[in-house]
Write a protein that binds this ligand. Structure first.
Ligand code: SF4
Length: 262
């Protein structure tokens, strides 16, 4: 049985043909380079994972800022490769290394000693079952707030964009994860907060989804999966040409792509 994910469904919505290339034909796109913003974001995520794992393992031990920054610098050096490229003019790799340090320092000063909540899991795979369809995803962190007793789903963002709250409310990814997390931790029907951390902006945005919103989401997801399954059955994956094509990993295989270049 196919296991879906938010990313997989989102690709189908953007372009069914790109979906086919990736998930049906399983074409492995050639990775030209790794953008340094993504590289830095991954190292910041891994460092926060380290922080909360340490905290869970030894709750009485203090984690210092220098320990956190040393860990970040160590994995930066350890995972660095020549495939990592700086694209933005006037910026250097050292600038991005420092950006990550600044993000982590500010996070440290806001949340240390990291005891506002009890961490249940970090970077955990979550499985979601909706009307017999299977979905999965990975969550940065799941916790229970010590003050409110509410379940919290945390997502860390290192990007330079701060979206409107109205756009975040429309985003289905974490709401989808909420369905799986509530079931897994026996919080079905209980309060749950979705918490976005826009690290560069030192901004935490939190909100709740109502039962009605989650039910509506489930219906939409089931409808979308049924559409994808019908497309697979009929082998019907039309190209959907748009702005997205400029960043498409499958432009070399796509018969519609050359028309874009003219
Ligand atoms: S280049 Fe555009 S139309 Fe072609 S597969 Fe990619 S997204 Fe779809």
């Amino acid at each position: 049985m196919t296991v879906y994910s938010h990313t997989r469904l989102a690709l189908y919505e953007k372009c069914p043909l790109a979906y086919k290339f990736r998930y049906i034909d399983k074409i492995k796109p050639e990775v030209g380079f790794i953008g340094i913003e993504m590289f830095m974001g991954s190292r910041v995520h891994e460092t926060l994972e380290y922080v909360y794992k340490q905290r869970k393992k030894s709750p009485l031990e203090k984690i210092t800022l220098s320990e956190i920054l040393n860990y970040y610098t160590f994995i930066w050096k350890n995972k660095w490769s020549d495939d990592v490229k700086v694209i933005k003019e006037g910026m250097t790799a050292a600038d991005y290394l420092d950006q990550g340090k600044l993000i982590l320092s500010e996070y440290f000063h806001t949340y240390q000693p990291f005891d506002q909540d009890e961490t249940l899991s970090v970077e955990e795979r979550i499985d979601i079952s909706i009307e017999g369809f299977k979905l999965m995803g990975f969550i940065d962190r799941v916790s229970v707030n010590k003050e409110t007793g509410r379940l919290e789903i945390h997502d860390y963002k290192t990007s330079g964009n701060l979206p409107e709250v109205s756009d975040l409310l429309k985003d289905r990814q974490l709401a989808l994860y909420q369905i799986g997390v509530q079931r897994k931790y026996n919080f079905d029907g209980k309060d749950c907060d979705i918490v976005y951390h826009f690290l560069k902006y030192k901004k935490e945005i939190r909100f709740q989804k109502t039962e009605e919103e989650l039910e509506d989401l489930k219906k939409k997801i089931v409808g979308l999966i049924q559409t994808v399954e019908l497309a697979s059955w009929e082998n019907n994956f039309p190209a959907s040409v748009g702005n997205f094509c400029r960043w498409c990993e499958f432009s070399a295989q796509c018969p519609s792509f050359p028309s874009l270049k003219s």
